[in-house]
Design a protein around this ligand. Structure first.
Ligand code: MLT
Length: 405
C-alpha cells in the first residue's frame, strides 16, 4: 500500500495567499455590489514596458519560422540572458561573476522552494520571523523540520529570528548555530532594509560557522538608500557562503510572465563538493528551461530603453508606497517600510489581531491587505499593504482607511 509524504500533514491550513484569495472571493460573492481594492498579494498591476513587449513580439515571430524557431531552451538559460544579467546586475556594481554561475528559471518562488533540495535533511534552517512562508513550508514538505506547535505557531527544529520594532525589523545573529540561513532584503513582508555593514556581519558569521545564506533579493530594484546593498556579493567573502535569488516579477512586472534566476558561485563548496555543480544537476534533471520568448523579454530588461522605462515603473509603485506610508501616518497609524521596498508594514489599531484587522478592513473599507500573523508569530498585531496597485486604487484605499478613524 502506498504512503503519502506525511511531512505535508504537518502544514497547518492552506498557503497564506490562497487562504486570503478564498476569503476575498467569498466576500465578493456575498457582496457583488462592493468595489474591492486588493493590496494584499504583491502582484504588479502596470503593463509590461514597451521595450519588453517589443522583444516578446519579435521572439514570437521568430517562433513562427523554421529558421528562427527555438525548441527546448538550454536548461541553465540562454547565454544572451545570462550575460545580460552578469553585466547589468553585477559588473555594473563592481561584482565579478561568470555566466555559468547564473541559473535562469521560471521565477524566484520556485527557486526559493527548490534550493533546499541540494542540502541534507539534517541541516537546521534559520528564518526571519515574520517571513515569506515559502522558505519554511518547503522545508517542512522536505522533512527538515519537526511538528507544528499550534500554540507557538512555530515548527519544531526551526530557528526563528524575531524581526520586531525594537531591532528595526532586522534579525540578530541566532544563539543556536544554523546550517542554512534564509535572508530577504529589502524584506518581504516588513519592507525593512539592512545596510551593507549589517549584511557583512551575516556573511562573516556564515563563513565562520560554515553556514550557507540563501539571500532573496527579489525587491532590490526598490532600494533608494545608498548604504543598502543591491546584492549580497557586494560583501566580502559572500561567494564562499551565499546563494542569491533574483526575480523579474517585481522589477519588471513578470509576475504573470515568469522569469527569475539564482546565483550559485563556483567558490561555494562543501569540501570538494561544488554547490554550483549540484544545482546544475538538479536544474538539468528537473527543469526544461524558461521559454525562449520570455528569456528574450528578460534580455530587454537590460536594454537602455528597458532600463529607462522600468525606472519609471518602479518610481510609479514607490509613489504608491509614499501615499500609503504618509496617509496612514497622518491617520495615526504606526507604519514602517516603504522606503526601500514596495511593502508597508503597519501596526493594527486598538489591539486587534492581524486577522481581525483583515476582516475589519475588508468589511468596512473593502480593502484587502495581508495579516502579519500569516508570516509568522512575530507578525501578529501587524498588517502588510502592497504598493503594487494602481495609483488611483491606492489613493482610494487610503481615503477609505482614513475615513474609518
Ligand atoms: C507576496 O505577496 O508576498 C509575494 O507576491 C508572493 C510572491 O512573490 O510569491
Amino acid at each position: 500500500m502506498y504512503k503519502v509524504n506525511d511531512n505535508y500533514l504537518k502544514l497547518p491550513g492552506s498557503y497564506l495567499f490562497s487562504t486570503i484569495a478564498k476569503k476575498v472571493a467569498a466576500y465578493s460573492q456575498e457582496h457583488p455590489d462592493r468595489s474591492i481594492i486588493r493590496l494584499g498579494i504583491g502582484d504588479v498591476t502596470q503593463p509590461l514596458a514597451p521595450a519588453i513587449i517589443d522583444a516578446l513580439h519579435k521572439a514570437v515571430d521568430e517562433m513562427g519560422h523554421a529558421e528562427t524557431f527555438h525548441g527546448y531552451a538550454p536548461d541553465l538559460g540562454y547565454e544572451f540572458l545570462r550575460s545580460a544579467i552578469v553585466k547589468g546586475d553585477y559588473q555594473s556594481r563592481g561584482v565579478e561573476l561568470s555566466v555559468d554561475e547564473i541559473f535562469v528559471s521560471d521565477g524566484a518562488k520556485c527557486d526559493s522552494g527548490n534550493i533546499q533540495e541540494i542540502f541534507s535533511l539534517d541541516n537546521k534552517i534559520a528564518v526571519c520571523d515574520p517571513v515569506y512562508p515559502v522558505y519554511v513550508d518547503t522545508n517542512v514538505m522536505a522533512g527538515r523540520t519537526g511538528k507544528y506547535n499550534a500554540e507557538k505557531e512555530m515548527f519544531e527544529g526551526v530557528i526563528y529570528m524575531p524581526c520586531v520594532e525594537e531591532n528595526g525589523f532586522a534579525p540578530e545573529l541566532p544563539e543556536e548555530t544554523p546550517d542554512l540561513i534564509y535572508l530577504c532584503f529589502p524584506n518581504n513582508p516588513t519592507g525593512s532594509a539592512i545596510t551593507r555593514d549589517q549584511l557583512q556581519t551575516w556573511v562573516d558569521y556564515a563563513n565562520r560557522v560554515g553556514a550557507v545564506i540563501i539571500y532573496d533579493a527579489a525587491y532590490e530594484a526598490y532600494i533608494s538608500e545608498e548604504e543598502v546593498p543591491h546584492t549580497i556579493y557586494e560583501c566580502e567573502g559572500a561567494k564562499t557562503c551565499a546563494i542569491e535569488l533574483k526575480s523579474f516579477s517585481k522589477n519588471a512586472g513578470f509576475t504573470g510572465t515568469r522569469l527569475g534566476y539564482t546565483v550559485v558561485p563556483k567558490e561555494l563548496k562543501q569540501g570538494d563538493v561544488s554547490l554550483n555543480a549540484l544545482w546544475a544537476r538538479r536544474h538539468g534533471t528537473k527543469f526544461n528551461g524558461a521559454p525562449y520568448i520570455v528569456q528574450r523579454a528578460g534580455e530587454a530588461v537590460y536594454s537602455e530603453e528597458g532600463k529607462e522605462q522600468l525606472k519609471k515603473q518602479v518610481a510609479y509603485y514607490m509613489k504608491n508606497a509614499k501615499t500609503i506610508y504618509e496617509g496612514l501616518k497622518s491617520a495615526g497609524y504606526s507604519v514602517s517600510g516603504g522606503i526601500n521596498a514596495p511593502y508597508i508594514w503597519l501596526k493594527t489599531p486598538d489591539g486587534m489581531t492581524s486577522w481581525e484587522f483583515f476582516d475589519y478592513l475588508l468589511e468596512k473599507a473593502n480593502v484587502v491587505g495581508t495579516p502579519g500573523s500569516g508570516f509568522g508569530p512575530h507578525g501578529e498585531g501587524y498588517f502588510r499593504l502592497t504598493a503594487f496597485g494602481s495609483y488611483e486604487n491606492t489613493v482610494a484605499a487610503i481615503d477609505r482607511i482614513k475615513a474609518l478613524s
